[in-house]
Design a protein around this ligand. Structure first.
Ligand code: PLP
Length: 445
């Protein structure tokens, strides 16, 4: 219990909150607590500034506590706090859907709203399965993911996902799932900027998987255009295009999970645009509201959407949705966020900063124990040599050291650092960010 007179921003009992994806016991011994944020920084209850190298969790692309977004959320709470999206609507939900559809490439003209990336992934997988049923091809039930893929933590997402720790304790998962191989090979790709030259041939594995199961049983392929949570793996040149053409050949839907690549991270609205490959659905979340209010969703192509719009008009066409789909606060935050991205040219800014950002990241190449650095957009992945027989220990030390000693928040998977700052970062802050990162790498060697 908090003491009655305790400052609420300084909790004195850390026991009740079972923290997600966190080493809870270590955290309780040496907590890392932030109680405020503005622009590029968090602040601890003691007033220490913490540079945000991770946009929170790949969310806050517009930076923190941006006034237009804050004001839009405040005004919305007073105007319309909640409205159901089952059989009723509110105007801004339609406006946001239209804005997102206009931003998305090609015929991705329809938006199904959820509240997180995980929900949005499961939504996309369900739409894919139901689409084939609607088309009279109900034998297409198989879903294909990729090794090292991350698609959130729902049962659908962990089934198509390929991160072993996220799967192995949770039973048998969805049946009828297969996986493409991961696209990373350090011997062939180390220290690449942008898309690696090597690896497009791995898309050909989809041919093998289709031959094994027969195309008539395969519903969809889902991939992150750039794998993020597994440690930043940009797609090999030509890989996504090759996946697209194999999917076309066999009538398989291609889903891009753009939960972290959407909204400017790679210098474009979506990775699909940057890589010039048109998927049948795009899954988004996180930066759609710059992380301010939970929101996720799926951009769906017109032919998929239209395939559902049959039968008696009083009938529900898709038996799926969430109480908080298109929640008014999330929608208001989304609209204000899209305005800010546009007005400040933040996607273009990410593209302009990309070379300087890559230079600053690659300058860490010769530090002790740096095994690889990969950069694309405003993203850098840095693989560190782990401590012998203790995978993830050095990564954990980097989190602690970064926060307590260097004043930086770092996103780490295993012993890999993922640097993904808000798109408002200045060149001076890029230099500061990589100085702090270098200090963390040296201190944990
Ligand atoms: N998909 C991808 C590619 C992600 O990176 C994430 C989260 O990092 C998710 C899905 C899950 O999103 P959420 O944590 O909002 O459920």
């Amino acid at each position: 219990m908090l003491a009655a007179d305790a400052d609420q921003s300084r909790p004195n009992d850390l026991d009740a909150f079972w923290m997600p994806f966190t080493a809870n016991r270590a955290f309780r011994k040496r907590p890392r607590i932030v109680s405020r944020a503005k622009d590029m920084h968090y602040e601890t209850p003691d007033g220490q500034k913490i540079l945000d190298s991770a946009s929170g969790l790949w969310c806050c692309n517009a930076g923190h506590a941006r006034r237009p977004i804050v004001e839009a959320i405040q005004a919305q709470a007073a105007e319309l706090d909640y409205a159901p999206s089952f059989q009723y609507g509110h105007p801004k939900a339609f406006t946001l859907a239209a804005r997102l559809a206009a931003m998305a490439p090609g015929d991705l003209d329809h938006v199904f709203f959820a509240n997180s990336g995980s929900e949005a992934v499961d939504t996309a997988l369900k739409i894919a399965l139901a689409y084939h049923v609607a088309k009279g091809e109900g034998t297409r039930t198989r879903l294909i993911g990729r090794e090292r893929g991350y698609h959130g933590v729902g049962f659908g997402g962990i089934s198509v996902g390929g991160i072993v720790t996220n799967r192995k304790r949770f039973g048998t998962l969805l049946s009828g799932v297969d996986h493409l191989p991961a696209t990373y090979n350090r011997d062939e790709q180390a220290f690449t900027r942008g898309e690696p030259e090597w690896g497009a041939h791995l898309a050909g594995e989809l041919e093998r998987i289709v031959a094994l199961h027969d195309a008539s049983t395969v519903a969809a392929v889902i991939v992150e255009p750039m794998a993020g949570s597994t440690g930043v793996l940009p797609p090999p040149k030509g890989y996504l295009r090759a996946l697209r053409s194999i999917c076309d050949k066999y009538g398989i839907l291609l889903i891009f999970d753009e939960v972290i690549t959407g909204f400017g991270r790679l210098g474009a609205s979506f990775a699909a645009e940057r890589f010039g490959v048109q998927p049948d659905m795009i899954v988004f979340a996180k930066a759609v509201t710059s992380g301010t209010v939970p929101m996720g969703g799926v951009l769906v192509s017109k032919p998929i959407h239209d395939a559902f719009m049959t039968g008696p008009e009083h009938m529900v066409e898709l038996f799926h949705g969430y109480t908080y789909s298109a929640h008014p606060l999330a929608v208001a935050a989304g609209l204000a966020t899209l305005d800010l991205y546009r007005d400040e040219g933040l996607f273009e800014r990410a593209r302009e900063l990309e070379p300087a950002f890559a230079d600053a990241a690659m300058a860490l190449k010769n530090l002790s124990g740096v095994l690889d650095i990969r950069t694309i957009g405003l993203v850098a992945g840095i693989d560190l040599q782990g401590h012998a027989d203790q995978p993830g220990k050095r990564g954990f030390e980097a989190i602690e050291r970064g926060f307590h000693n260097e004043g930086i928040m770092m996103r780490v998977t295993g012993d890999t650092l993922a640097i993904t700052p808000p798109l408002i970062i200045s060149e001076a802050q890029i230099a500061e960010l990589f100085e702090k990162t270098a200090a963390v790498i040296k201190a944990t060697a």
